[in-house]
Design a protein around this ligand. Sequence first.
Ligand code: PPS
Length: 340
Amino acid sequence: MAPTIEDVTGGNKLDDLLLKDFTSMFRSGYVRAGKGSGSQKGFILPAYYKKFAERISKMEVREDDVWVVSYPKTGTTWSQEMVWLIANELNFDEAKSVILPERFPFLEHSPLFCYDEFLKERPDFPLPDFVRDSVKYVDEFKTQRFIKTHLPWPLLPDQIHTKKPKVIYVARNPKDTCVSYFHHCQLMEGYNGSFQDFCELFLGDNLNFSPFWEHVKSFWDHRDEKNILFLTYEDMKKDLASVIREVVSFLGKEALNPDDMASLCTHLSFESMKNNKSTNYEFAIEVNRAANLIERNGSFLRQGKVGGWKSAMGPELCDKFDQWVEKNQSETGINVWKTI
Ligand code: PPS
């Protein structure tokens, strides 16, 4: 079923803020997309998603696909690298020589960034295929597919529900997620506003892939199904080896011996992934810089901490978040972040 899509036209504070501070040559505007009824307003996505929505809904899903799904900035890249290595017999050589988005593509990379205008000016610009048309890239993938997406459950391809491939969802506490998302949007997506306004947009469910709680809940409600595994960033930080064991078992792989476990944990450490060109998205920062989408310096792997929000949020903002978290945790029953 194709989603219902409505343009974000402005006329209220948050929509106006989004359109003012977060549009560029690469993003002309936003939509709300959903398949629900009743109170659901739909999820925010770039307007360019309209061009891909039907193809995504109707795309072929394969039973042996492995999907890593998340709200942005919740540990997706970390989980992808872990999943890919476990599924590929710890092939560290290939993991280091083929960049992650090439072997584990991001389904809606193209819907997020419209390069049409830019390519008119720079037709020879070497945009990789997984950026040029990410849906086609995924569709035509020759070997077993590992697919990253930030789409919420209702917007996943229809066949997810019949083919039931393995789906790993990763969630992170909303305060760290919001701070990480702010830096990401400045660095990679051309956000021009303040941190304060970004938090307003996050709390007001008015950023790409928001509402945050509806996103998490859409997978939380399915967490007991056989083909779904629900992970948290905080558990990965607390005891990565335990999470690795969980993923090994979920993917039906042999248990890792202690040496392999140690090598994998080292490879997946923050420092190692930050220094690894295959996982640190330096190439994407370079592409965006060359395309004049960003002017700032920074790293994709920024802090990698639980509780890093404490140095970014003052007491008033923190109170606002706490009230929002408390209300939504009790309404959704998502109880994974008792203290953050
Ligand atoms: S994205 O763009 O949505 O796919 O981003 P995502 O990968 O979900 O999230 C990026 C944040 O995850 C942190 N990260 C890690 N933390 C700990 N260890 C490892 N190995 C690791 N790899 C990525 C990354 O630093 C981002 O968080 P912040 O808080 O911004 O540092």
